[in-house]
Design a protein around this ligand. Structure first.
Ligand code: AMP
Length: 504
């Protein structure tokens, strides 16, 4: 069954779909509100198929709009409230929506009809229905997520309803049989949210909402967690690392918790050990996947043996329906423990990049022997005893606190600042190779006479017009000139080394 069929099924029960600080939304209400929104979209848009943009955080209406768009056969494009206006405007310009749902009150002049929360309430209040024939079909895009792009402009990744069905079919065998409460903390604009929004709703679970404000205030978060009845934790490892810094984050706080599901970045031994101690009744799953292949494609239950092993924590084996290979399409590596680029094949691989056939051609392919659709991940892995181990990237993409960032994206946007002529950004890693923060080396157009503290404050403020906070480098260092390597390119190794030496 598709997620929309499952939503209809659970709408006939008394179950709760979503809870947040103020509101509880039942499956019946979620179904009715999304029907009403779908009806309105069909009546308003007619034949127009442009995607629906939804700007916000975790407002309760967000989920109704997501399912409403899908029921109207339209893709939705989530834009998180932390995305600055300039970047949001680029996404809107690319997508050219006719309808924007805006929970943030931001200025988006896009020639589209903008729905404020009050308008939405009015739409939800008018009962409507749509026939299943109007729903997104397997080949239709269900959402388009915009991730960091190396040109400095975010790139769109459409995922079809068929991709989502395949993802749910692969993940659900790892979930408890039925019911329970799942953490809904991951932003809608990050596909790991699909573990709650798609897999969770397909299982009739209750989504326990944690918005940006609550995520930033552990005291409030823990207060709410105590009452939550949470059974399944879904987040990046970084968010759990933040929580575990407090001694209160333990089984007694969340007594019903049975599973942690991590995705999006390296899961460290340190975190696994801490969770084994604090949450003896909970299983830990490590999963891995890129946006382009629908949320996640591998899973492993972390055993005591894996925790004691000197190898990294494995990302696991392929979930049902997914095929993995290493190396070049058609010339795969067969040997155990041989490192190569991870290739994902099968029905979770998306159609390519939105409006970018050039990028699509580079990263997506049809496998020469099997005919399966494939995606080159850019991730280096090796395989041992049926499990895959992640060992880094082939390019400059990185994860910082779970956020996917292309270094060139940060550099291109820093170069938009009025007094920045050239920017070179390097990641600073800890002993586990996890990125701790970004450092930017800047060549200014003219001397500004400011102290480094004042300059840093000024530049970060200017950068906030173009970059979300998580992409703004923590350290900004002005240089007179850049060191060059033998190819005449900026020598980033030398820049990184200068940081280690405490210079400049
Ligand atoms: P995103 O598209 O934001 O989901 O980011 C995908 C990238 O995150 C992958 O290509 C990997 O580089 C990284 N990633 C995701 N999950 C894991 C994991 N469990 N371990 C290591 N890296 C991961």
């Amino acid at each position: 069954m598709t997620v929309l069929e499952q939503l209809k099924f659970f709408a006939k029960t008394q179950r709760t779909a979503l809870v947040d600080r103020q509101e509880t939304v039942s499956y019946r209400e979620l179904d009715a509100r999304s029907d009403a929104f779908a009806r309105w979209l069909l009546d308003t848009l007619g034949e127009d198929r442009s995607p629906v943009v939804i700007c916000g955080d975790k407002e309760t209406g967000f989920l109704s709009c997501v399912f409403g768009a899908l029921k109207a056969g339209r893709a939705y494009v989530p834009i998180d409230s932390v995305v600055p206006e300039d970047r949001a405007a680029q996404i809107v310009a690319d997508v050219a929506p006719k309808v924007i749902v805006d929970f943030t009150g931001r200025e988006l002049d896009a020639g589209a009809k903008v729905l404020a929360p009050a308008d939405l309430e009015g739409i939800f209040a008018v009962p409507g229905s749509v026939p299943p024939e109007s729903w997104v079909g397997p080949e239709d895009p269900a959402y388009i997520l915009f991730t960091s792009g190396s040109t400095g402009r975010p790139k769109g990744v459409p995922i079809t309803a068929g991709n989502l069905d395949a993802f749910c079919a692969g993940l659900l065998p790892w979930y408890p049989e039925e019911g329970g409460t799942v953490l809904h903390q991951v932003s809608y604009s990050f596909d790991v949210s699909g573990c709650a929004v798609y897999a969770g709703i397909s299982r009739g679970m209750t989504l326990f909402t944690v918005d940006h404000r609550m995520a930033a205030d552990l005291r409030e978060l823990f207060g709410c967690l105590r009452e939550s009845g949470l059974t399944l934790w879904v987040s990046t490892p970084s968010f759990a690392e933040l929580c575990i810094q407090s001694g209160a984050f333990a089984q007694e706080l969340i007594p019903h918790l049975r599973q942690f599901l991590f995705c999006g970045e390296v899961l460290t031994h340190t975190l696994c050990d801490a969770l084994a101690e604090r949450f003896p009744a909970a299983q830990v799953l490590n999963t891995y996947g890129p946006t382009e292949a629908t949320v996640l494609v591998t899973a492993a239950e972390i055993t005591d043996e894996m925790r004691k092993d000197s190898r990294p924590i494995p990302i696991g084996g392929a979930i049902d329906g997914v095929t993995l290979a290493l190396g070049e399409p058609g010339r795969e590596i067969a040997g155990e423990e041989e490192t190569g680029e991870l290739l994902i094949l099968g029905p979770t691989v998306g159609p390519g990049y939105f409006g970018r056939p050039d990028l699509t051609e580079k990263a997506f392919f049809t496998h020469p022997e099997s005919g399966l659709r494939g995606y080159r991940t850019g991730d280096l892995c090796y395989r041992k005893n049926g499990l895959y181990y992640y060992c880094g990237r082939v390019d400059n993409q990185l994860k910082l606190n779970g956020y996917r960032i292309e270094i060139e994206d940060v550099e291109a946007n820093l170069q938009k600042l009025p007094n920045v002529q050239r920017a070179a950004v390097v990641p600073v890693r800890d002993a586990d190779q996890k990125v701790q923060y970004l450092a930017a080396f800047l060549l200014l157009r003219e001397a500004d006479g400011l102290t480094s503290l004042k300059r840093s404050i000024q530049l970060k403020k200017q950068a906030a017009a173009y970059l979300p906070a998580y992409m703004i480098p923590r350290k900004l260092i002005v240089v007179e000139s850049f060191p060059l390597n033998v190819n005449g390119k900026i020598d980033k190794k030398a820049l990184a080394a200068s940081l280690e030496e405490g210079a400049p």
